[in-house]
Design a protein. Sequence first.
Length: 75
Amino acid sequence: MTCYFRHLGVVFEKAEIEVNKQNRKELARIIESIVGGDPECPKIWRQVKKRLADDESGFIAELQAAWRSHNTTKP
């Protein structure tokens, strides 16, 4: 499910998101919702790479906003 996380260390760092065992699944869901499409890991990674190549700062901002929104709406 999160085969691409190992490639996103700098992205998570820039988005100020600490990745751990407890939040990996939710982060994966958020990334899947950002890039859309099939939740299959290699397909998601292709979409993420494309988004990063096209607009890295925009992707990071979107990820950061979605993560913050998710964390403020948790019970």
